[in-house]
Design a protein around this ligand. Structure first.
Ligand code: SF4
Length: 353
């Protein structure tokens, strides 16, 4: 068995202080840019073809070590994976143009916001694109909306979501991988603390917005114990969530190049086992995913929560091809930062938050 014991390091005292000072330093390095966008609503591909996707931002400041979306920056030739969390692009939003896109949707269409990056990351406080998008949906009817986030900022829009729910379906999927705050700080360094996310679950459900809690991803020997997952599920139930799900980590190459060095630094005793397990596939196969599925099923039954997955998890290959459609020419490789390149003319630097 490759994943057995669980000697997890705890951050205490000075180590905890050092972690917060790293956090402040990292925040100072974040740069925000605006990006012209032909269209906001993209199509999923493959088995996700029936889903429409919206991602108001490219890049994500939360900087989760397992993030699978870093590849989106590679299309702009921003190959340093750290740039995904330091160079954040806000898509320029025009309400009339977006409304015209929405009018092309059909009754019952599923629209999923936050498939590639978090729609409530810190940039949202300033640009408020997610909020403007929701304001347009509030005038529509017959759509099935999902919003996935790790941020408590989502509770700001509870009233708007209630308005949307009068004529559409809407559900928020809040990701909480652990209640262990030092661990969350290590793995999701700039995402809001789990307690804040739970507070958002409560605010949303008190307002009448349905919420699912997702403990994705389940990382072997890091957050996968029955006790750890049970505590997340119990807290989700206490705060009004109606469903809970969790599925194992997958490691695409763009994620592995951040996650494996992170393991080496923080969980060196696990590095060999992760390398062996993910050597030939981005997905864990065999006994482990079955064991986690059984564990999650037991936990869900204990707390009487339903299963509600995001449209598909783990995400299939090529799910977010709409990222390419944003810059068809970038898929062929001009450097985003090069003067005169398509991306160079499309992006406009804005001042720091
Ligand atoms: S919140 Fe989501 S998009 Fe942002 S870094 Fe974490 S996993 Fe990636």
């Amino acid at each position: 068995m490759l994943f057995q014991d669980d000697p997890r390091p705890k951050l205490v005292g000075i180590a905890r202080l050092a972690a917060s000072s790293d956090l402040l330093e990292a925040k100072r390095q974040v740069e925000y840019l605006e990006l012209e966008t032909r269209r906001f609503i993209g199509r999923g591909s493959g088995r996700m073809r029936s889903i429409w996707t919206i991602n108001p931002y490219r890049g994500c400041e939360f900087g989760c070590k397992y993030c699978y979306a870093r590849y989106a920056h590679e299309f702009m030739e921003l190959r340093d994976p750290e740039l995904f969390e330091r160079k954040i692009y806000a898509k320029q939003f025009q309400s009339a143009a977006f409304r015209a896109e929405v009018r092309r949707l059909k009754l019952g269409d599923v629209v999923w916001m936050g498939t590639a990056t978090d729609p409530y990351q810190p940039a949202e406080r300033r640009f408020q694109i997610t909020r403007q998008i929701l304001a347009v949906f509030a005038d529509e009817r017959g759509l099935d909306l999902g919003v996935t986030t790790k941020s408590d900022l989502v509770a700001r829009d509870a009233a708007l979501m209630v308005q949307i729910a009068r004529k559409n379906k809407i559900r928020v999927h809040l990701t909480i991988t652990t209640l262990d705050e030092p661990l969350a700080r290590l793995v999701e360094p700039r995402a809001p603390r789990p307690a804040l996310r739970l507070g958002a679950v409560k605010k949303l459900t008190d307002a009448g917005v349905p919420v699912s809690v997702l403990a994705h991803p389940v990382m072997p020997l890091i957050n996968d114990s029955e006790d750890s997952l049970d505590r997340v599920c119990a807290a989700a139930a206490r705060n009004g969530a109606s469903s809970f799900s969790a599925a194992p980590l997958f490691l695409k190459p763009c994620a592995a190049q951040v996650f494996l060095p992170f393991l080496e630094q923080r969980f060196p005793h696990l590095l060999r086992r992760y390398r062996e397990r993910f050597e030939n596939s981005a997905y864990l196969k065999g006994h482990y995913p079955e064991m986690i599925a059984d564990r999650v099923e037991r936990i869900r039954a204990r707390h009487k929560l339903a299963e509600r997955r995001e449209p598909e998890w783990p995400l299939p290959e090529g799910t977010f091809d709409d990222q390419l459609e944003l810059f068809p020419s970038l898929a062929k490789g001009p450097a985003a930062e090069k003067p005169g390149s398509p991306a160079g003319t499309l992006q406009r630097k804005v001042n720091r938050l």
